[in-house]
Design a protein around this ligand. Structure first.
Ligand code: GDP
Length: 196
């Protein structure tokens, strides 16, 4: 692991966000997309598990990433999972009060990592999120999770369908289970961290 990670806090309102001091990367995705699993592999199981304690699933959980000299280099923001299949009208109830303001006001936010399931066709809430990010001018990368579940042909087909469905030039396939794609994902994250 290239960084030591420190769980900072769970915020339920903008007033509780940590001071914006270093470049930040946010992780967004529908519930069950594999966000916790991916974060566990990126920041270390012990740290990310903190975010799974009761009451923290509706919060934004912040993690600080420290280099070898214990200097804070990056911040990760783990946003609440949105839009379980039943909710069709909007991304989720908390979106407007909470997630949208975070995305709109967070001055240090350099990159939004939007997770979509590589096994599932493009979904309306993902489309909504991506359209919103496009309109807001926020930099984002779409990551397709659980790629280990697909054979070579399915992989190609599904990634192409996701790109089409979400109107993207690129989707980054990853697996928290096998570690596939994580190197490329870290490259995107590190590039965002240098983009001051
Ligand atoms: P979250 O709700 O987005 O935090 O999703 P979780 O990380 O809890 O994962 C949801 C389900 O998908 C769990 O059953 C995980 O074991 C499974 N899962 C997550 N990532 C992967 C992956 O990379 N490969 C496979 N095969 N399963 C995964």
């Amino acid at each position: 692991m290239r960084y030591t990670t420190q769980f900072l806090l769970s915020a339920l309102a903008a007033a509780q966000f940590p001071a914006p001091d270093v470049p930040e990367v946010a992780f967004l995705g529908r519930s069950n997309v594999g966000k916790s699993s991916l974060l566990n592999t990126l920041v270390g199981e012990k740290t990310a598990r903190v975010s799974q304690t009761p009451g923290r699933t509706r919060a934004i959980n912040f993690f600080a990433l420290l280099d070898a000299r214990q200097q804070r280099k990056l911040m990760f923001a783990d946003l609440p999972g949105y839009g379980y299949a039943k909710i069709s009208k909007s991304i989720s109830a908390g979106w407007q009060e909470f997630i949208e303001p975070y995305l709109a006001i967070r001055s240090t936010l350099k990159l939004c990592i939007c997770l979509v399931d590589s096994n599932v066709p493009a979904q309306q809430p993902d489309r909504q999120l991506i359209d919103w990010l496009r309109a807001s001018g926020r930099e984002f990368a779409v990551v397709a999770t659980k790629i280990d579940r697909l054979s070579g042909n399915e992989r190609t087909r599904n990634l192409l369908a996701l790109k089409k469905g979400l109107e993207l030039e690129d989707v980054l396939p990853v697996s928290a289970k096998t570690g596939s794609g994580l190197k490329d994902l870290w490259a995107r994250i590190d590039a965002a961290g240098k983009n001051d």
